[in-house]
Design a protein around this ligand. Structure first.
Ligand code: AMP
Ligand code: DBH
Length: 555
């Protein structure tokens, strides 16, 4: 007999209006199938084919599905199910997929935190989701001992299950749960296909990280269509060397796309080229997905090592602006085709197509994957601009969300009355529907594909007793595209960058969000309405940097 069965209400989220939902079903974008179907169909049709390679371990589709099924039953037996949520933080290991599918099978909606996330990010997700389950890794500094888990338990009354990958003296080991046979006979159920399956993370532009509800229907469509556009097949051997839970690596076409067609995912902990090249050679990888900053590293490392990359056919690049000059080097120096990807965890994904002209592939970020992706490029008054002109991107469609989780005020700012999402990107659209990303208006720094919401860091800086004003802005960087600079007005001129970084670290923020540079100013420039004038701040700083001037008060 199962313990108490969860009879919680399903999770609230902003739904598509019924006329659009009907249209998306008619067009067979929404098939009313759960995401678990991705794995189950392969486990049935080619059970012995290798799904995941993780170091020395290889998982067949059968093993992956069996492991996920066992873990799901154990969780189900503990009374977890639809209406429950989970906070998950795992590095790029096979267990990431076992856990993801197990939670979907049991109807538990996870959010996959990045492994670089620290106390502040995890606490924020937990307080927004009120999870009943935490699954994390003992290799993360927050989970080597019971301290942080206990903190979370106190803050989140619902959090009754803590499971850690790796042996600890305070929690159950994930490996034990995966191998445990459960005697549950109760039917386990996924959430309905038009309800929340899991949450994606937004790079954000506000003080608090936001969660993006994704339904089975909308996400499964984006996976199928991406797999089709990228011409995946059972012979696909895909290197996943960026965080496996990121929307790009999960669904564009990502590992889920590869699983959908029955190919093989090869996991790497990070995109460091020497190790990745060895994995490519060893496992005959033919496709990989990178951010531009990693491509730079690969290009540098490739000289003299092309032999190792011989199996590579397609390299996807996305997540941040990719300079045309670099794009042109990819085929010649890495010996493979380039595909540009411009996507967002909120939905819309654009791809250059495999048969596009070189010119399109090198100079555009692709076009939307779905005929029913509605993309508008508008001026500040919401009026469409002419083709080729720069404007703000607005979009809605069968896999673009309709609002962040429980964030009604922020949603009013980013979702318009017709349900279009304003991504904050400045783009140009060609007559044939291709997009170029030329800038952004959202208050975000894109540090090599890792997004930093300026406001989040400014709020933390302002808590420091000696900081009077703070503005985080981007500065150009050859390797990362952008780095961050904190412009601060202080009441104590002996403040130093090291101690400020240490201070931020103690607040529990992820390392990639720590300002690369601090600039002390007498005052921050203001706009006519009295807001910090970041444009003039950036111009001032960039001009100084360009002239190689030692800026007076850099600390
Ligand atoms: P997020 O909303 O955190 O998933 O981040 C998505 C954002 O990343 C987009 O709105 C863009 O600002 C940026 N982005 C993604 N892909 C590209 C790309 N290929 N070129 C430029 N910016 C990109
Ligand atoms: O940056 C992104 O969020 C992103 C990039 C490429 C994304 O979500 C995607 C493809 O799906």
């Amino acid at each position: 007999m199962s313990a108490e069965i969860s009879r919680k209400p399903l999770l609230p989220f902003s739904r598509w209006p019924s006329d659009l939902a009907r249209h998306y079903r008619q067009q067979a974008y929404w098939l009313d199938l759960p995401l678990t179907d991705i794995l189950q169909r392969q486990a049935a049709s080619q059970p012995e084919h290798i799904a995941v390679i993780c170091g020395e371990r290889q998982y067949s589709y059968r093993q992956l599905n069996d492991d996920a099924e066992r873990l799901a039953r154990v969780l189900h037996q503990r009374g977890l199910g639809p209406g429950d949520t989970a906070l998950v933080q795992l590095p790029n290991v096979a267990e990431f997929y076992i856990v993801f599918f197990a939670l979907l099978k049991a109807g538990i909606a996870p959010v996959n935190a990045l492994f670089s996330h620290q106390r502040l990010e995890l606490s924020s997700y937990a307080s927004q989701l009120q999870p009943s389950l935490l699954i994390a890794s003992a290799r993360h500094q927050l989970f080597t001992d019971a301290g942080f888990s206990n903190e979370l338990r106190t803050e989140i009354p619902a959090l009754r299950n803590i499971v850690i990958l790796g042996a600890t003296d305070y929690a159950e080991d994930l490996a034990d749960l995966i191998s445990q046979q459960s005697d549950t006979v109760n039917a386990m159920q996924t959430t309905p296909a038009d309800e929340v399956a899991f949450f994606q993370l937004s790079g954000g532009s506000t003080g608090t990280p936001k969660l993006i509800p994704r339904t089975h229907n909308d996400y499964y469509y984006s996976v199928r269509r991406s797999a089709e556009i990228c011409a995946l097949s059972p012979a696909t051997r895909y290197l996943c060397a960026l965080p496996a839970g990121h929307n790009y690596l999960l669904s564009s076409p990502g590992s889920l796309g590869v699983f959908y067609v029955g190919g093989t995912v090869v996991l790497a902990l990070d995109p460091e080229p020497v190790r990745c090249f060895a994995l490519i050679a060893q496992h005959q990888v033919n496709m990989a997905a990178l951010v531009p900053s990693a491509v730079i590293l690969w290009l540098q490392a490739a000289a003299g090592r092309q032999q190792q990359l011989r199996s590579l056919r397609l390299l996807q690049v996305g997540g941040a602006s990719f300079a045309e000059a670099l794009a042109r080097r990819v085929p010649a120096e890495l010996g493979c085709q380039l595909q540009q990807v411009f996507g967002m965890a909120e939905g819309l994904v654009n791809y250059t197509r495999l048969d596009d002209s070189e010119d399109k592939i090198f100079t555009s970020q692709g076009r939307p994957m779905c005929p029913d992706d509605e993309v508008l490029v508008v001026d500040q008054d919401g009026v469409a601009v002419a083709d080729g002109e720069t404007g703000l991107l607005l979009t809605r469609g069968p896999y673009t969300f309709r609002g962040y989780y429980q964030a009604p005020e922020h949603n009013l700012q980013v979702i318009n009355a017709n349900g279009f999402y304003a991504s904050g990107d400045l783009v140009q659209k060609t007559a044939d529907g291709y997009l170029r990303v030329v800038g952004r208006v959202k208050d975000q720094i894109n540090r090599g594909g890792e997004k930093i919401a300026a406001e989040e860091i400014e709020n933390l800086l302002l808590k420091h007793p000696a900081i009077v004003q703070a503005a985080l802005i981007s500065i150009p960087d050859a390797a990362l595209g952008e780095k961050s600079c904190a412009c601060i007005v202080v009441s104590d001129s002996t403040l130093r960058a090291v101690s400020l970084r240490q201070y931020l670290r103690e607040q529990g923020v992820a390392d990639f969000k720590l300002p690369d540079r601090f600039q002390i100013l007498e005052r921050l420039p203001l706009t006519a309405v009295g807001k910090t004038d970041k444009q003039s701040l950036r111009a001032h700083l960039h001009a100084g940097l360009a002239q190689g001037k030692a800026l007076a008060a850099q600390v």
